[in-house]
Ligand binder design. Sequence first.
Ligand SMILES: C[C@H](O)CC(=O)SCCNC(=O)CCNC(=O)[C@H](O)C(C)(C)COP(=O)(O)OP(=O)(O)OC[C@H]1O[C@@H](n2cnc3c(N)ncnc32)[C@H](O)[C@@H]1OP(=O)(O)O
Length: 725
Amino acid sequence: MDSRTKGKTVMEVGGDGVAVITLINPPVNSLSFDVLYNLKSNYEEALSRNDVKAIVITGAKGKFSGGFDISGFGEIQKGTRKEPKVGYISIDIITDLLEAARKPSVAAIDGLALGGGLELSMACHARISTPGAQLGLPELQLGVIPGFGGTQRLPRLVGLTKALEMILTSKPVRAEEGHSLGLIDAVVPSAELLTTARRWALDIVERRKPWISSLLKTDKLPPLGEAREILKFARGQTRKQAPNMKHPLMCLDALEMGIVSGPRAGLEKEAEVGSQVISLDTTKGLIHVFFSQRGTAKVPGVTDGGLVPRKIKKVAIIGGGLMGSGIATALILSNYPVILKEVNEKFLEAGIGRVKANLQSRVRKGSMSKEKFEKTMSLLKGSLDYESFRDVDMVIEAVIENISLKQQIFADLEKYCPQHCILASNTSTIDLNKIGERTKSQDRIVGAHFFSPAHVMPLLEIVRTNHTSAQVIVDLLDVGKKIKKTPVVVGNCTGFAVNRMFFPYTQAAMFLVERGADPYLIDMAISKFGMPMGPFRLCDLVGFGVAIATATQFIENFPERTYKSMIIPLMQEDKRAGEATRKGFYLYDDKRKAKPDPELKKYIEKARSISGGNVDPKLVKLSEKEIIEMTFFPVVNEACRVFAEGIAVKAADLDIAAIMGMGFPPYRGGIMFWADSMGSKYIYSRLDEWSKTYGDFFKPCAFLAERASKGAPLSAPVEQARSRL
Ligand SMILES: C[C@H](O)CC(=O)SCCNC(=O)CCNC(=O)[C@H](O)C(C)(C)COP(=O)(O)OP(=O)(O)OC[C@H]1O[C@@H](n2cnc3c(N)ncnc32)[C@H](O)[C@@H]1OP(=O)(O)O
C-alpha cells in the first residue's frame, strides 16, 4: 500500500464467476476516499468483465466496515481535502454504479457494519452476516447524518419507526435482530460466510433468489399520512432531547423528502444536508471528541515505550461505601475476582449488599440474567483483615477522605501485599505523595479516581506522581479499558483535573447569587447551555457534606483564587443539606421533583452580610450569555492552569475530563475546544475586566494572558511549560 494512501480494496474473481471485493483499511476498514475510489474501479472492472456474473463485498480480518473514514470530515473542515461533487459517492458510485448494476451484489458481513459500512451493504441486493455482527447508523452521534443513502434505504428495509429509532439513538442492532427486521437475509457461521454469499449472489443471477434494490422497496413504508405523523412526533422528541443541535432535524428532513417525493429526491436531499452539516460547530465538536476520547490512552513517554500490561488476576478494595462498592461492581462485571475489605461485619455486610443491589438493578431491568448475577457475585469475597491480600495484584483504597487514615492503610498494605502489587487510592482531592509518605513504595502508588456511581460513570482519572512507574500506568490503563472506562492520565495535585475545574464552576455560581443573581435563572441558563443540570441543583444532588469537604480542600490549597461563600454552610447549620434532606437550594417532593424555595433568600442575604458584598445591579440582570461566561470562563482559567502545570498532558484530555467528569456538553467539544471557539483574547479580556471589578477569583492566569497576547489557541501544546509529571 502506498504510504500516502489510506486503505484499498482488492478484487478476486473465482472460477464460479463471482468477484469478491475486500475492503482493507485497518483497524476497522473505514471507507476512506482511497477505499471508495478503489471500490469504484473494481466495480467498473467487474461489470465490464465477461467472466464475472456477480459480486460479493466483504471486509478484511473479520470486520466489514466501521463506516466512512471520520478523519475525512476533519480534512474537509480544515480545507485540506476538497469535498467531491455533492452526492458523488452516494448517488454516482453507490446508487448508480453499484445498486443499479446489471450484475447483483451481496454483502458478506462479519463483525461490524456501521455508518457508511451498513449503507454500502444496504445498496447490495442481499446481505448475509455472521451471528456476532453489529449493524447500525451511528452518524448522528458524530454530528453528521447517514450520507451514503442510509436515510432512504434503512426505512425501506426495516420500516420507518425502527429506522428512526436506529438513526436517532445511534444504537446498533445485532445480527439476529437485523434478520428479523429484514435488514439481513441470512445469518450463518463465520466459516460459511463467503461461500453462502457467493452462492446467494449466483442464485440471484439465476433467479432462484429475488433481485432486490432496497431503494425501490415500498412494502415496509407506512402510508403518507401516517408517515407524516410519525415524523412529526420524531421531530418533537428530537427538539426536546437535543435542543442545541441542528443536524438531527436536518436528517429528518432528508428522510421526509424521500417518503414524500421519492427516493431519488431523498438521496439528493441527503447529499445536500450531509454536506451542510460538516461545517456546523456542533459537528466539529463531536468529531473532535471522537478522536480525543480515543487519544486519552496514548500517553507520551508511557505508552510509546513498548511496555506490555501485566496481568491483573485479583484486586482488593478497601472500603465498601458508595465508592468502594461501585468500584467492586465495575470490576466483577468485567470478571475480575475482588476482595472487599471492611472494618467490621456490619459494614462488610452493607458493602456487599450495595454491590448486590447494583447488580440486582440490572436483573430487574432485564440486562442481566439470574445465572449471570450469581456468577458475577461469586467473584466477590469479603474480608476483615489483610491476610487475603497476600496474592492480590492491585489494591484500590476507597475509604473516607482522611489523610492519616489513608497513610496508615498504605503502610499496612506495604506489609501485606506482594512486592509487585499496585497500590491505588480513589481519593478525589488528597495529594498522593502525602498518602504514601509512610511507605517506601512510591513507584507503585497511583490514583484511581472513579466518579460516582463508579459502575456507571465512564471516566477514570489515573493520577501519577513523580515517582509512579510507567509500568503501573500501563497496567491501570489496561484495567480501565477492560472495565470499559475512558481513562485520563493526570498529574498529582489537589483536585487533579476534574475537581480543579469543578471548584471555580460552583464558586462562580455562589458569587453571582451573593451579588444578586437569581440561582434558579442561573440553573436554567446552564441547563440550556447543555449541562445535565445547573450548579445549584448539582450541589443538592451531591449533598452539602461533600460540597463543603471539597471546597475546604480548594480553600486551603488555592486561597488566592477562592471565593468563600457561606450560603451552603448556613443552610447546613439548619439541617438543609441537599436532596437527601429534601431541602437545599430547592425543595424536593416524594418523587425527587425539585421546586424553587422562597426561603432561600434568607440564607443568601445572611451570607451576603457575612461576606460584606453588595447586590450589584449589573449582576441582577445578567443575560443567559453573561451567566454562561461568568460561570465557565473561571473554569477555562483553571483548565489553563492545569494544562500549563503539566497536570494534563494534552488539552484534549481536559476536554474529555470535562465532558465525562462534569457533564460538559460533548457537542461543544469540551472545555478547551469550546474556549478556543471564542478565542483566548476574548476570554482573557472578560476575565481581566471582572477581576478588576470583583477581585482575584476572576484574575486570568499567566498562561491565558500569554496565549491571549499572542492570539494563540489555548489548546496548542505547551512547549516550554515545566511538566510536573
Ligand atoms: C457518510 C457516512 O454515512 C458517514 C459515516 O459513516 S460516519 C462513521 C460512522 N461510523 C461510526 O460512527 C463508527 C465509529 N467507530 C466506532 O464506533 C468504534 O471505533 C468501533 C465500534 C468501530 C470499534 O470500537 P473499538 O474496537 O473499541 O475500537 P476503537 O478504539 O473505537 O477504534 C479503533 C481505531 O479505529 C479508529 N476508527 C474507528 N472507526 C473509525 C472510522 N469510522 N473512521 C476512522 N477511524 C475509525 C479509531 O479512531 C481508533 O483509532 P486509534 O487506534 O488510532 O485510536
